[in-house]
Write a protein that binds this ligand. Sequence first.
Ligand SMILES: Cc1cc2nc3c(=O)[nH]c(=O)nc-3n(C[C@H](O)[C@H](O)[C@H](O)COP(=O)(O)OP(=O)(O)OC[C@H]3O[C@@H](n4cnc5c(N)ncnc54)[C@H](O)[C@@H]3O)c2cc1C
Length: 338
Amino acid sequence: MSIQQQISLKPYNTFGLDVKAKYFVEVTDEHQLIEVLKSDIAVNNELFILGGGSNLLLTKDVDALVIKMSIKAVQVLEDFEEEVLLAGGAGEEWHEFVMKSLELNCFGLENLSLIPGCVGASPMQNIGAYGVEIKDRFEYLEALNLKTLKIEKFDNAACEFGYRESVFKRKLKGQYIITKVVFRLSKSPKLNTSYGAIEVELKNQGISNPTPKDVSNAVIAIRQSKLPDPKEIGNSGSFFKNPVVTLSVLNKIKSNYPDVVAYEVDKQNFKLAAGWLIENAGWKGKTIGTYGVHKKQALVLVNYGGALGKDIYKLSADIIASVEEKYGVKLEREVNIY
Ligand SMILES: Cc1cc2nc3c(=O)[nH]c(=O)nc-3n(C[C@H](O)[C@H](O)[C@H](O)COP(=O)(O)OP(=O)(O)OC[C@H]3O[C@@H](n4cnc5c(N)ncnc54)[C@H](O)[C@@H]3O)c2cc1C
């Protein structure tokens, strides 16, 4: 383990943005992490914790010590009659972790297959897809307190999970490094196939009695058909959150745009499909030189190669302004901006 200087972060972010880290170190266990944190460089510089770099827009060089979390380990912590507590080290790749859980016959994460990134970042924004969020399967996490250098446990309530939110993105931002995440998974399949696209995909594949592995495969197929692969086109998945509005705001938008796509959160609140708002404002497929809005999915901003993070940021600001002007709704970025 050595701290390097002036390292390009291009291979470490899925947008493929070529910015430099002032300092860079990769840690593979908690002792190394604590050693690094006690070093002069860590004490005298800002810290920047990096997982898979799949939820980041780097708009400038990172004037900090970048700590790449590569703590690996998948472990069954408790084996109950019906359930299992399965732990993943922060540096485990999320999709590999989901695949491993299925191999171990631990079920519940199958709808979250193929989400890029690492286990340690999964609670940061309570990752979710196809009707499941990690908060639904989460038991606790361990995180290193940057002041005391002691490990603390956070249960579900302490994480204050919300839609693409957690306490680590808000109140405790920059105060903890997540080292391990523990999930409560089921030994018997309890499938969630209510999400329309999964049902359709299973039907297309001629599967009427799906296993968790079938659901995982269906999710993988849907994602591959809809989302650009960051290995081919730089991107960070959904760039914006779906905004939640009241019934009266929804009705006002509907009076001008009857086709607006909205999902009920509760009787008074509705989640608008940000992708629809952006597409209907004319942004889908728009290309500005080396970057733009993806051709198939208006929620995804892309780097076709050589773009600058600050240009993609400007594009996101233009989209926010245009959506607000058209519908009176302000979009919020899901991606972390540096
Ligand atoms: C093609 C594509 C599809 C996607 N689809 C989805 C989806 O369906 N659902 C979804 O929710 N997300 C999705 N995402 C977003 C992304 O994959 C997730 O947010 C993922 O959890 C980010 O993990 P990461 O390891 O890459 O985090 P990074 O991008 O490395 O980091 C994200 C943030 O977390 C912090 N962080 C990372 N690790 C730690 C740690 N161990 N301790 C403390 N802080 C940490 C970083 O400092 C940063 O602020 C998608 C992204 C892409 C590129």
